[in-house]
Design a protein around this ligand. Structure first.
Ligand code: PLP
Length: 386
């Protein structure tokens, strides 16, 4: 039977992610447009984004937080280009974004003392093998496989190297142990449903110390430069951005931060994400054609929930046939207006990926589940008889 109840918001894309409940373009009416970002009110808005973000994320007072160009990719590449090369590095990768950072280190920075600890989609590398005398680069939540590190217990408290963490689909959705992270990055477009274009870079005092004591051997473009005369450019971490930001995006970020505060702050945001994951987990437990791509329950993402095909029929199909099935399923749900953009990431195993970041309503996830079964039954004619 075709379900009669639809999700109120069918936007389940993994990025840009759904705007916060109740958002409309009217929230941007007060944006400081046509004015300099270096004017007093411009600087004040940028500083307000940083202060509200710092408070929501519960950053330690001695950590620095700044807005940088080029979304999460920009923030991560600023960190990699500015910090790596001072000591050996362990690069961790278990899906396509982590693999992208490995590619930067190998092909662009051409680091010679580098180890790659990787794992296939669905698993984590051996975290016990990481050497914290070295720098360590990893992704907290692998958006394309739906596998996250379960916590920070595997990270040495007394490390000599720096931990550099791409936290873009984890920040505001998962409990990040700041004492274990020297660098963390994210983009507004993810868990809080803001806009892309700008990244956020968080630095521990030890990361700042590295910046002030180490000059990398490769050139740094202007938009990567965080130091001036060997000292941290503190202005960047007060809202004096390296180049011109979009004050429209800044206004939108302020709106979503205020919304996050209004629903109860970080604990409430985490609970929203975990609640949606629990809805999907309950449904998966009763479904005979799908399963989580993440094999270990403790590693299952509460933001980018990746499902793969399973069971005697869908699970037995070859990859190309599964990819066609996923395309039909997601296409049907898209056409019905119940779920947009939920086909798995192009390089990941075929399946569905449902975003359950903080802006997603649990009721919408609940409403979506019967549609998945309906859509599967509709396209089941493509399946071999089991
Ligand atoms: C883990 C991870 N890293 C990096 C990126 C790239 O982010 P952006 O496009 O905001 O630079 C994404 C985007 O989905 C991501 O999920």
């Amino acid at each position: 039977m075709k379900p009669s109840h639809r999700p109120a918001n069918p936007n389940f894309s993994s990025g840009p992610c759904a705007k916060r409940p109740g958002w409309s373009p009217a929230v941007l009416n007060g944006a400081l447009l046509g004015r300099s970002h270096r004017s007093a009110p411009g600087k004040a808005r940028l500083a307000e984004v940083l202060e509200r973000s710092r408070a929501l994320l519960r950053l330690p007072d001695d950590y620095s937080i700044g807005i940088v160009p080029a979304s999460d990719t920009g923030a991560m590449e600023i960190a990699l280009w500015s910090l790596l090369g001072a000591r050996g590095v362990d690069m961790l990768a278990w899906e396509s974004f982590g693999a992208g950072w490995v590619n930067d280190a190998v092909k662009q920075l051409k680091l010679d003392d580098m180890r790659v600890l990787d794992a296939d989609y669905g698993a984590l590398p051996d975290l016990g093998a990481v050497d914290f005398d070295r720098d360590v680069v990893f992704t907290w939540n692998g958006t394309t496989s739906g596998v996250r590190v379960p916590d920070g217990a595997w990270i040495a408290a007394d490390r000599a190297g720096l931990t550099i963490c791409d936290a873009t689909s984890a920040a505001f959705a998962m409990d990040l142990p700041w004492d274990k992270l020297d660098v963390a990055t994210y983009s507004w477009q993810k868990v809080l449903g803001g806009e892309a274009a700008h990244g956020v870079l968080i630095l521990s005092p030890r990361a700042v110390e590295r910046l002030e004591s180490y000059v990398p051997p490769w050139p740094l473009p202007k938009i990567f430069r965080l130091t001036k005369g060997g000292k941290l450019n503190h202005g960047v971490f007060r809202g004096e951005t390296i180049n011109t930001p979009s004050m429209l995006c800044v206004e939108d970020a302020l709106d979503t931060l205020k919304w996050a505060e209004s629903v109860g702050g970080l604990d409430a945001l985490i609970a929203r994400c975990e609640g949606s994951l629990a809805v999907i987990a309950d449904w998966v437990a009763g479904a005979d054609w799908t399963d989580f791509l993440a094999r270990e329950p403790a590693t299952r993402s509460c933001t980018s929930v990746c499902l793969t095909f399973a069971g005697a029929r869908a699970g037995a199909m070859d990859r190309d046939a599964q990819a066609r099935l996923a395309k039909s399923l997601s296409g049907l749900l898209d056409a019905e207006g119940v779920a947009h953009d939920i086909n798995a990431y192009r390089d990941a195993p075929p399946g569905l990926r449902i975003w359950t970041g903080a802006t997603i309503e649990r009721a919408d996830v609940e409403a979506l589940m019967p549609w998945l079964d309906w859509a599967f039954a509709e396209v089941a004619t493509e399946l071999p008889v089991g």
